[in-house]
Design a protein around this ligand. Structure first.
Ligand SMILES: Cc1cc2nc3c(=O)[nH]c(=O)nc-3n(C[C@H](O)[C@H](O)[C@H](O)COP(=O)(O)O)c2cc1C
Length: 192
């Protein structure tokens, strides 16, 4: 049995995919993992939309329209990475499917936080189960989540927002081991 820490440590954002379509049963298993996430008061605020073909192409077009303006001027992206990122934004690195995760809009800030925390947990479960099944993913949480055009393409109700768009498919790149700050520098132990 794979240790969960192996899956957690080896999951990395994948930005280039093979065109091979994963079996929909595997996608269902990944969504099941998402739906098993903890949620505030067991509210399960998430909903999932799985898209391919013309739906995937239409939202990719929106992503590219946004990225064309954004990436060249983004100070925090190293110059040598910009070309690769623009290329990937054309079609999310060729991912055959995307999972779009939505949550209900609410005014109350504390309810909104509960909803977003819960939806984030569902997304993390999705990323980890996908990794465990040999699939790559990346959580796209950029401006694209606020695109009225994307909501229209996906027929998302007015009272819901997008928490993430997750390209999913078999990786066609070596994962880049993005660094982490040592956990000790992020932890305080009290009363030990
Ligand atoms: C809330 C959230 C939003 C993100 N949005 C984007 C995004 O818009 N585009 C992208 O390429 N990656 C996005 N990412 C992926 C992060 O860049 C990535 O997780 C981080 O650099 C660490 O790398 P790793 O996932 O390979 O460990 C997002 C991740 C999170 C959690």
């Amino acid at each position: 049995m794979t240790e969960i820490l192996d899956v957690i440590q080896n999951r990395r954002s994948i930005r280039k995919y093979k065109s091979t379509e994963p079996d929909t049963d595997v996608i269902k298993k990944v969504l099941h993992a998402g739906s098993m996430a903890p949620s505030a008061g067991n509210s399960q605020p998430w909903e999932f939309i799985v898209v391919k073909d013309e739906f995937a192409q239409s939202i990719s077009q929106e992503f590219y329209n946004f990225a064309k303006g954004y990436i060249p001027t983004a100070d925090y992206i190293p110059e040598d990475k910009k070309r690769m990122m623009l290329e990937y934004s054309k079609d999310f690195g060729g991912a055959p499917y995307h999972i779009v995760v939505t949550f209900p809009k609410v005014e109350d800030i504390s309810k909104k936080e509960q909803i977003l925390k819960s939806t984030g947990a569902a997304i993390q479960n999705i990323l980890l189960q996908a990794k465990a099944d040999g699939l790559g993913t990346v959580w796209i949480g950029s401006q694209l989540n606020h695109s009225a055009k994307v909501k229209e393409i996906l027929d998302i109700a007015e009272d819901r927002n997008i928490a993430g768009i997750i390209p999913i498919g078999y990786p066609d790149m070596e994962a880049v081991a993005t660094p982490r700050v040592d956990v000790d520098s992020k932890t305080r132990w009290l009363g030990f």
